[in-house]
Design a protein around this ligand. Structure first.
Ligand code: AHR
Length: 612
């Protein structure tokens, strides 16, 4: 096998910012992760909308008469619950993961909003009550809300510590917080995680999602409307003093405090020398929700939010939104150059209509801002083609593609971008990963990245996804960096990303290769077992390889053939002639009858078995 390098020939120039990171608050990446807050449910706002069984005392144990109260004595309209204690009581917070992680001799900043006159004794302790810190006494006074602060010093190292607050009298408490004194560049982020991201030397930070962005109710916080939860991500909810940021249900099944909000994302991007790249919802929910707004006023408001965001990031400190940024401590602009409108919005026509509205408003006011469009929910099939065609015809600046595929797919598709139109929209590969955290996956990603780089004139940016995963709270894997409450470690994909990001070339040096190249062999197996299932019968169906590995399975207990739909979305599979996605009725007979499944990873035949 011979590779011939032609140094004299001119290949594409490679942007130094080509490789970046995609941060989404999935897998507890923000609260309990990058955001260094140690107290879980600090403002007593958790509820059963966030996760089944949760309430205002989740994360807390109270001895004495402590109740979570929501009345007009509250701290503010956006922080509606508070803890009300009618006499002497003890409150213990268990933090995230196994407890709070504290290190001997390190200092911790405690703060609390309190109303009433009482003496608070604050300490770190073990589960059985042994002190792990110097004590802190805070005297609260008066019947108005005031913020009290103090510091604790850990006297021992522990990753199972609890925070104890003892009060000798009736008092109201809210926004109870404990931060390590030492955070990344003193900006409130957990040092080891922030450092791991910084060590990648990313060119950009895409945030805050992902499905997190384009799901939920589209309406903003509205006190008069009974404090709606599960509203779509809206950047204005995430700036200003933290005690005024209303917490919200996170699409991934927990609560988001928004302590890590737009200000912090911009600040972090600046701290690690990366370009900020916010993703705004285009008001066509995706990720399984598939709804588009028909509310013109709402759409207008979101378009205005997009313009306001640019002013927040770039406007002078005297402008309406620049003033909010300056008040948070950053009078200088954040130099926002690029915004993405939408994430995998599943209704292509509705998305496209909205995208055009956002884009024209942004370009009219800020012609130099790059506006990133979408290629659809996944780059398979008609939706993708449809949206790409529209983007091409329209001349969009850049199109965000996403795919999660097998290692074989990455190896086989190294030439994907060789054929892309050099004069069409540029590509932002905003999410991709080979579907496991094994070395082979990472090698396939590395091989694939050589194809991205070779096409650097078309592919301008690429980010592996997701970035972070808390080992005890995983909604999605593989992930690039894993952590618990006191440790973190990079996957092999992290090492690949780090290698590429720290060694971005200046330009492509064209090469040619000759010789026999081994390629995975495409195999097609038919599973036309029409007797598998009868209508209205929900059976287990599994597709296994001869070695017994289950490639695909669904028990159908929930009445959904959900996995069959995702089969069509996963790169190493194709389903034709009867895949569930193509049927309109729930007749499973139809679903599997004559289905043809191709898998291209393995050089052996597929076997399908009915399990029951
Ligand atoms: O990265 C995980 C999820 O994958 C993202 O939230 C979504 O955009 C994609 O489907």
């Amino acid at each position: 096998y011979t590779i011939t390098v032609n140094p004299a020939a001119t290949g594409a120039t490679i942007p130094q910012s080509m490789y970046g990171v995609f941060f989404e608050d999935i897998n507890y990446a923000a609260d309990g992760g990058l955001y260094a807050e140690l107290v879980r449910n600090r403002s007593f706002e958790f509820n059963s909308t966030d996760a089944s069984g949760w309430n205002g005392l989740t994360g807390w144990t109270a001895t004495g008469s402590a109740t979570v109260t929501n009345d007009d004595q509250r701290l503010n309209e956006r922080n509606r619950n508070y803890l009300s204690v009618t006499g002497a009581a003890t409150l213990v917070n268990a933090g995230y993961n196994t407890g709070l992680a504290v290190k001997k001799n390190d200092k911790y900043d405690f703060s609390v909003w309190a109303r009433g006159t009482a003496s608070l004794q604050v300490t770190l302790q073990t589960v059985d009550g042994t002190a792990l810190s110097t004590p802190l006494t805070i005297a609260t006074k008066g019947d108005t809300w005031k913020k009290y602060t103090g510091a604790l010093k850990a006297t021992a190292t522990s990753d199972v510590a609890h925070l104890k607050i003892k009060t000798d009298a009736a008092v109201r408490l809210d926004e109870v917080s404990l931060f390590p004194k030492n955070t990344y560049k003193n900006h409130g982020l957990r040092t080891d995680l922030a450092q791991k991201v910084a060590d990648l030397d990313p060119g950009f930070v895409r945030f805050p999602g992902g499905c997190l962005v384009n799901t939920g109710s589209m309406y903003a916080y509205d006190a008069a409307n009974n404090y709606p939860r599960a509203r779509a991500y809206q950047w204005k909810d995430t700036v200003g003093p933290v005690e005024t940021r209303a917490t919200n249900k996170n699409f991934w099944g927990y609560n988001q405090t928004y302590g890590l909000g737009y200000y912090e994302y911009f600040q972090f991007s600046e701290d690690i020398g990366a370009m900020p790249l916010p993703v705004l919802p285009a008001l066509v929910t995706g990720c399984g929700q598939n709804r588009a707004t028909v509310d013109e006023a709402l759409l207008q408001r979101h378009i205005q939010d997009a313009l306001d965001l640019i002013e927040y990031a770039n406007g002078p400190a005297t402008s309406t939104w620049g003033k909010v940024r300056a008040a948070a401590g950053h009078p200088k602009p954040f130099n926002l150059t690029t915004v993405a409108v939408g994430n995998e919005e599943n209704l292509p026509n509705e998305y496209w209509a909205n995208f055009l509205r956002f884009e024209s408003a942004i370009k009219a006011k800020y012609p130099n801002i790059t506006v990133v469009s979408n290629s659809g929910p996944d780059d398979q099939g008609a939706t993708f083609e449809n949206l790409w065609a529209k983007n091409r015809e329209h001349g969009s600046d850049m199109v965000d593609e996403h795919y999660y595929n097998s290692p074989a797919w990455f190896l086989q598709n190294n030439r994907r971008y060789d054929a892309y139109d050099r004069n069409g929209p540029k590509v932002f590969l905003g999410e991709y990963a080979s579907l496991d955290n094994k070395l082979y996956n990472s090698l396939a990603e590395a091989a694939y990245m050589t194809g991205l780089e070779r096409n650097a004139d078309v592919v301008k940016m690429a980010s592996y996804a997701p970035l972070l995963a808390n080992i005890d709270n995983v909604q999605w894997k593989p992930d690039m960096i894993w952590f618990d409450n006191d440790e973190s470690w990079g996957s092999t994909s992290y090492q690949v990303q780090k290698l590429f990001m720290n060694n971005v070339g200046d330009r492509v040096v064209p090469t040619t290769a000759t010789g026999n190249v081994l390629q995975p062999k495409p195999i097609t197996g038919a599973i036309g077992l029409s007797t598998w299932r009868t209508a209205a019968t929900y059976d287990d169906v599994k597709v296994t390889r001869p070695d017994g590995t289950v490639i695909y399975g669904d028990d159908f207990d929930d009445g959904n053939a959900d996995g069959w739909t995702s089969v069509t979305n996963r790169g190493n599979w194709t389903v034709s002639n009867g895949g569930y996605a193509q049927t309109t009725t729930d007749t499973e007979d139809t679903m599997v009858k004559a289905a043809t499944i191709s898998e291209t990873d393995y050089d052996y035949t597929l076997k399908a078995t009915k399990q029951s």
